[in-house]
Design a protein. Sequence first.
Lengths: 114, 113
Amino acid sequence: DVKVTQSSRYLVKRTGEKVFLECVQDMDHENMFWYRQDPGLGLRLIYFSYDVKMKEKGDIPEGYSVSREKKERFSLILESASTNQTSMYLCASSPYRGRETEAFFGQGTRLTVV
Amino acid sequence: AQKVTQAQTEISVVEKEDVTLDCVYETRDTTYYLFWYKQPPSGELVFLIRRNSFDEQNEISGRYSWNFQKSTSSFNFTITASQVVDSAVYFCALSEWDNDMRFGAGTRLTVKP
């Protein structure tokens, strides 16, 4: 079975902290994605990566960075967490570059910044 | 500009009713893909169906069916004889480019016993 695992289901962090959200996939997929999900806004793409050490900005990259040092791991970094980054974060992967490929999602990390 | 519009924020039905979830998309491309995903209370999105822009055939899978109409830029999803287990948030998504999947805001479906 395809598996995308996010390191935490729930996180509570303080304003100004540096926050790392980790995601691991075991399917040897080329592409990995980070989305945030907010009520009424659906899923919005933060960053994606189509190869190790490669990254592309999505629609809302401000305040975030990413790291992909190994194919199976894609990290989302909040450089200085703010309360408006309180959200559900979803990691996904897909096998290869191509608009036809469906994404496989992790279970999500609900981050609260206080 | 919103690429995918799911105008229905929440729908509530009673078990065994049929329900249709609407999805309208916007694109200038001739080649694109549309998707539906289900997000149950556990949180993990589950892929349901993919349709490419050249295939307007409707699809049926058990109690689920999808109606793709390019003329109205719509890709609607119907659940027949709904069940409590169908309660979830459903997302429609559009992929125009490699690695570029854009989601709608989602429709929360509640099926009451």
